[in-house]
Design a protein around this ligand. Structure first.
Ligand code: APR
Ligand code: PHB
Length: 391
């Protein structure tokens, strides 16, 4: 099989890239390790920045997101029983939209399949050959058989554990990592959510009340890294949420049936550069954000937009100039996004290693933000439009 761009991975990075390339008349084949059901069912974050919303709409695929997604105008941060309310449109002129990542993935997969374009599930890429040549070959296993996809470019959109980053020659990539000594327990519950996205820094640890619809809450609790979902009964989860949210009368957070739970470790990771020869990396394959601020999906979409534009420039002009700048064009934004996510993580979590001095500084920073419109605007701007890029 032969195509212009071999895309490894049908997460947001790979799927957005495939659709953006198609709109530019460029062919691609998407190879995905998992089944369609698995890819569509994976629960992740759900905050779409303005640029991500525009991208989905410009592709003509935003209809369900506009209908079912919820506009989020407010972001609250609580500490010491107090609430800082950030009015996102008032501070920035824009807002974000709540729409689960798996809904975005479902819309993109549905459209790809309906348009009859190649997206092969249960196809495991095992080796990428010839990235320094003009005809790389992607070797993948499908139904117990080894197959080869020939292409001009390979897009490695296969997440943190994929094969693409590992296919870069020795010495090309430098990595930067920060591990956190805690995780997030995330649950979905059939319960009316709080009206604003609410983050809290409590003595017991971080918590976050988000939502998926008018009747589904998405809730998170900071837990030790070795914790397991089965250690958390429903009653324990609700108790801890009421306590951490300073919900003293226990009436603010509505309880309901918890129907999904998972634990995710927190880490920040950057690999640079994002390209070598004719292999280009995008999304979680090349950088991971801690989830505070929900930037993972938005960052992946911004990468895909720049990569699609750069590949289109190559195919229309035969000049590599723009393509050669792909990584450099992404890296400043990537670092800023990781910086913001690490800042929000540092501001809102309890750290075992914190001294009473460190804890005092953290709470003082929240107090400062509560009194400074400039500080509030800085956070709001990064929350709504850090992933803005030019198409
Ligand atoms: N061959 C084919 N597909 C692979 C392989 C492989 N060897 N290894 C991994 N994959 C697939 C995974 O099954 C997954 O569907 O690549 C896909 C990568 O998708 P994501 O992990 O969703 O990564 P990305 O598209 O970069 O999206 C980033 O997703 O991980 C979240 O929080 C993250 O929101 C962020 C966003
Ligand atoms: C979510 O709704 O899943 C979510 C919201 C905000 C975050 C992280 C995750 O910062």
């Amino acid at each position: 099989m032969k195509t212009q761009v071999a895309i490894i991975g049908a997460g947001p990075a790979g799927l957005f890239l495939a659709h953006l390339l198609k709109r530019q008349g460029i062919e691609s084949v998407v190879l995905e390790l998992r089944s369609r059901e698995y890819a569509e069912g994976r629960v992740r974050a759900g905050v779409l920045e303005a640029g991500t919303i525009d991208t989905l709409n410009n592709l003509g695929l935003g209809e369900r997101m506009m209908r079912e997604g919820l506009v989020d105008n407010g972001l609250d941060m609580r500490f010491n029983g107090r609430t800082i309310h950030l009015d996102l449109p008032g501070l920035t002129g824009r807002s974000v939209r709540i729409y689960g990542q798996q809904e975005v993935v479902r819309d993109l997969i549905g459209a790809r399949v309906n348009e009859g374009d190649p997206l092969i599930f249960e196809a495991e890429v095992v080796r990428i050959e010839g990235i320094e040549t003009s005809a790389p070959r992607v070797h993948y296993k499908q139904g117990g058989e080894m197959k080869v996809l020939e292409c001009a470019f390979v897009a490695g959109c296969d997440g943190f554990h994929g094969v693409s980053r590992a296919s870069m020659p020795e010495g090309v990539i430098t990595t930067y990592t920060r591990a956190y000594n805690f995780a997030w327990l995330g649950v979905l519950a059939k319960a009316a959510p709080m009206s604003d996205m609410t983050y809290v820094n409590h003595d017991n640890g971080f918590a976050l009340c988000s939502r998926r619809s008018a009747s589904i809450s998405r809730l998170y609790l900071q837990v030790p890294p070795s914790d397991r979902p089965e250690n958390w009964t429903d009653a324990r989860i609700w108790d801890e949420l009421h306590t951490r949210m300073f919900d003293d009368g226990r009436t603010e957070i509505q309880e309901g049936e918890i129907f999904q739970r998972d634990i995710a470790q927190l880490r920040a990771f950057i690999a640079s550069p994002m390209q070598h020869g004719n292999l280009f990396l995008a999304g979680d394959a090349v950088h991971i954000v801690p989830p505070t601020g929900a930037k993972g999906l938005n960052m992946a979409v911004a990468d895909a937009r720049i990569l699609a534009r750069s590949m289109a420039a190559y195919f229309s002009s035969n000049s590599r100039a723009e393509l050669d700048r792909y990584s450099a064009e992404c890296m400043a934004r990537v670092w800023k996004t990781i910086r913001f996510s690490a800042y929000m993580t540092g501001l809102l979590h309890r750290f075992d290693e914190h001294s009473p001095f460190d804890r005092g500084m953290q709470l003082t920073e929240l107090d400062f933000i509560s009194q400074s419109e400039a500080a509030q605007r800085a956070i709001a701007e990064q929350y709504v439009k850090l992933s803005d890029v030019a198409d």
